[in-house]
Design a binder for this molecule. Structure first.
Ligand SMILES: *Cc1c(COP(=O)(O)O)cnc(C)c1O
Length: 399
């Protein structure tokens, strides 16, 4: 029995079965590459689901973590630290936040969404409008905004005044937003629904409608933010200024850090002293690593790199003209190869076997969200392998 198989069996005996059997037992990584406990090598085209922005073992992340851990790891929110203040300032800067904007730190995406829900309640309204296909997290509040019935229904009743409107349908949105709506919550690109971008006109209309009705516009950038799409935040191309932005995944480069950004005086004034809190959120360890991630993205020109590399990759995959590929959608290094048939599971299994980590995000789409530092040369090896990986026959489909 290999080490992998033995550990997978022990995993199944000791870990709650919510994730199913792990695909592999990973041991170490370097840049965009990882190795499992049996020494098998993989090119990591998923980056821990858009988390490992700087890949694995990046010296900036390592340095920030070790230096900050040696200096001060945790202090409670009775105190603050230099990295905490600096990370808040930096996040507001890259968000282009207007005067009066503020940050609340969390340890995860779902907690950032919870904070946004509590913020929205302070408008004195309860109704929240989210989109079909939305994924906003798994805790009881965020789960109510997540659309997938299989995630929600076993835990009903959730927050009751949540409505899901059809994705990208402006008329439905306009009909749903009135003066009783506390917030409209949306992802600029729906990650878990298969990398589905909302268009600029939709984002702009959502901003206009929410402004007109005094509702908050909350943009969930947990997956799309921190350079993933080639901009600091995916909504920035549309020119809108939301009332709140949720961030997590890429921010800590693998260390759990999240944040709610409240933009402008009104949103920032909604939560009063004592109305929300966290033990770990904003700790100096997480803040130091968040700062290191942002600094590195800036210093290494990664936004530009992500734009160029993502465009190149999308172009190369499209140019294969493979009959199983319908199109490539997404932005920067958050892409999905949309298939003409529901065979993503099979393609991803073949890819893993061949040493490429990709994600069959839905039956007909393969999600790619590699580290932002991945090189074109590394992506070339994937493009070269792709025709063989795509040559599955329907009979091979297992899952
Ligand atoms: C991952 C994700 C979340 C939840 O984040 P967790 O850290 O898993 O709680 C929320 N919204 C979006 C858009 C996500 O991609």
């Amino acid at each position: 029995m290999t080490d992998s198989t033995a550990l997978q069996e022990r995993y199944e005996r000791s870990l709650l079965g919510v994730f199913g059997r792990p695909l592999a037992v990973l041991d170490h990584g370097r840049g965009a590459e990882v190795w499992d406990v049996d020494g098998k090598h993989y090119l990591d085209l998923l980056g821990g689901i858009a988390v490992n922005a700087l890949g694995h073992g990046h010296p900036a992340v390592l340095g920030a973590l070790t230096e900050q851990a040696a200096q001060l790891a945790h202090v409670s929110n009775f105190f603050t630290t230099r990295p905490q203040v600096e990370l808040a300032e930096r996040l507001l800067e890259i968000a282009g936040a207007p005067t009066g904007s503020k940050v609340f730190f969390t340890n995860s995406g779902t907690e950032a969404v919870e904070a946004a829900i509590k913020l929205s309640r302070r408008t004195g309204r309860r109704r929240i409008v989210a989109l079909e296909g939305a994924f906003h997290g798994r805790t009881m509040g965020a789960l109510a905004l997540t659309h997938k019935p299989a995630y929600r229904e076993p835990f009903a009743p959730l927050l009751e005044e949540v409505v899901h409107v059809a994705f990208g349908d402006l008329e439905e949105l306009a009909a749903a937003v009135d003066d009783t709506v506390a917030a409209v919550v949306l992802e600029p690109i729906q990650g878990e629904a298969g990398v589905r971008p909302l268009d600029t006109a939709y984002l702009q209309a959502a901003r206009e409608l929410t402004t007109a009705h005094g509702s908050l516009l909350v943009v969930d950038e947990i997956q799309t933010g921190i350079g993933r799409t080639g901009a600091w935040f995916a909504h920035q191309g549309s020119g809108i200024v939301p009332d709140a932005i949720t961030v997590a995944k890429g921010l800590g480069g693998g260390f759990p850090v999240g944040a709610l950004l409240t933009l402008g005086e009104r949103a920032a004034g909604l939560l009063q002293p004592g109305q929300h809190g966290t033990t770990f959120g904003g700790n100096p360890l997480g803040a130091a690593v968040g700062l290191a991630v942002l600094e590195t993205i800036e210093r290494e020109g990664l936004l530009d790199h992500v734009r160029r590399t993502g465009e190149w990759l999308a172009g190369e995959v499209t140019a294969l003209r493979h009959p199983l590929v319908r199109k490539v959608r997404g932005e920067g290094l958050l892409l999905a190869i949309q298939l003409t048939e529901p065979r993503a599971g099979d393609v991803a299994a073949r890819a893993l076997e061949a040493g490429f980590i990709v994600n069959p995000v839905c039956p007909d789409a393969i999600r790619l969200a590699p580290p932002l530092i991945i090189t074109q040369q590394q992506l070339e090896t994937f493009v070269a392998a792709l025709p063989v990986l795509l040559d599955t026959t329907p009979s091979e489909e297992t899952a």
